[in-house]
Design a protein around this ligand. Structure first.
Ligand code: MG
Length: 162
């Protein structure tokens, strides 16, 4: 395999009132949360798909099926750790990751730093190797109407020295 590999990931979950909201491994103060089989951490799911995609290992649904009781309500940080185990087993490490979260409300800016440090810790990279950005969609589409949250992730993997 080559010395560098790139991957991208995308995820979306519907929102409902009264559910906890977890984004980037951080609990967000919010009147709405994600409807999901797991804890519904959209950016972590996109990140896992980017990591798996970089190695052409399939997707998060293949490795952690939402039909399995094992993953019901699971903390997505565990899914990211397990995905990182697969990355390590393939002989790669994360070079950098860049994530964009699209959500109309609440404002996510106060949580960005904590998300970056949490994700960097889970991937064993320095914090400046992890970027998290948040945007609204100017009230357009399902995100703008507050019906859902979506996230995009891109990662670069570096091959470990032999
Ligand atoms: Mg998901």
């Amino acid at each position: 395999m080559e010395n560098i590999r790139i991957g991208n990931g995308y995820d979306v979950h519907a929102l409902a009132e009264g559910l906890p909201l977890w984004l980037g491994g951080v609990k967000i103060e919010s009147p709405v949360g994600c409807i999901a089989h797991s804890d519904g951490d959209v950016p972590i799911h996109a990140l896992c798909d980017a990591l798996l995609g970089a190695l052409a290992l399939g997707d998060i649904g293949k490795h952690f099926p939402d039909t399995s009781d094992e993953f019901k309500g699971i903390d997505s940080k565990i899914l990211l750790r397990r995905t990182m185990d697969l990355v390590s087993a393939a002989g790669y490490r994360v070079g950098n990751a860049d994530i964009t979260i699209a959500m109309q409300r609440p404002k996510l800016a106060p949580y960005i730093g904590q998300m970056r440090s949490t994700l960097a810790g889970l991937m064993s990279v320095p914090e400046d190797s992890v970027s998290v950005k948040a945007t609204t969609t100017e009230k357009l589409g399902f995100v703008g109407r507050g019906e859902g949250c979506e996230a995009y992730a891109v990662v670069l993997l570096l091959k470990n020295p032999a």
